[in-house]
Design a protein around this ligand. Structure first.
Ligand code: FPP
Length: 237
């Protein structure tokens, strides 16, 4: 059995829209409520001793949503960056924001740089927020960077192996996620960390993201601790 606390937990936060619809509220109310669940999950991850928490906040595909919803989601992210800053610093949470950030508007880019700069050096938890992120785009970008380095004679293409390739991903030298949580009962990866999730244990819960609490995170961790991780090998006896 895996036994310990997962070093890296990744979460596909899903179900904000359905949470809102079931209450007769607009979709953005679900995203706003989802911010509370982010707060809960960060606190739970700190308490459990998780080292890295990665949250899928906005995908490259989400750019295809109606303009008003995109704007509402960006506003929630800006609000989070502003309202949570002090709590995150106090808790020792270092925030990194990964994705095609050049697609964000100036205001959101400033909010992102602000939260990243002011939480730098936090030692309790590394919180990766994936914004304007898609795994295929991330992999293509890594390949592009390595190809450029090979073209410029900085690396020998023959030396590119999984270990060097991973360093070219947004997540660079971080450990791969041990546990992937998806809320709202959907069994999909949705272009999320396709490289890094190779051996992650998956935990799907029917709970909609805005209702997700630290107890739900602990339940996922307990379930993970009962799994036998073999990484393609046979079981140890
Ligand atoms: C999926 O629900 C969720 C999103 C597209 C956005 C996730 C964003 C948040 C939880 C906002 C707060 C985040 C941070 C980091 C402060 P959906 O809209 O696809 O729901 P549905 O499938 O029920 O329609």
């Amino acid at each position: 059995m895996s036994g310990g606390v997962p070093r890296h937990v990744a979460v596909i936060m899903d179900g904000n829209g359905r949470w809102a619809r079931e209450r007769g509220l607009p979709r953005h109310a679900g995203h706003l409520e989802g911010m509370k669940a982010v707060r809960e999950t960060v606190a739970g991850a700190c308490a459990a001793g998780v080292e890295v928490l990665t949250l899928f906040a906005f995908s490259t595909e989400n750019w295809k949503r109606p303009k008003t919803e995109i704007q509402a989601l960006m506003e929630v992210l800006d609000t989070f960056a502003e309202s949570e800053r002090h709590a995150l610093i106090r808790e020792g949470v270092e925030v990194r924001v990964l994705g095609e950030l050049e697609r964000l508007n100036e205001r959101s880019r400033a909010a992102v740089s602000g939260i990243v700069a002011s939480t730098r050096g936090g030692e309790t938890l590394l919180l990766n927020l994936l914004i304007s992120y898609g795994a295929r785009e991330e992999i293509a970008r890594a390949a592009r960077n390595l190809a450029r380095q090979a073209r410029d004679g900085l690396i020998d293409p023959e030396t590119i192996d999984p270990a060097t390739f991973r360093t070219a991903l947004y997540t660079g030298g971080l450990p791969d996620p041990d546990l992937l949580i998806r809320t709202s009962g959907e069994y999909r990866i949705s272009n999320f960390m396709l490289w890094q999730l190779a051996y992650a244990e998956m935990y799907i819960t029917p709970v909609y993201w805005p209702d997700f609490t630290r107890e739900d995170l602990f339940a996922a961790i307990l379930d993970y601790q009962r799994r036998e991780r073999r990484f393609g090998r046979v079981a140890a006896h």
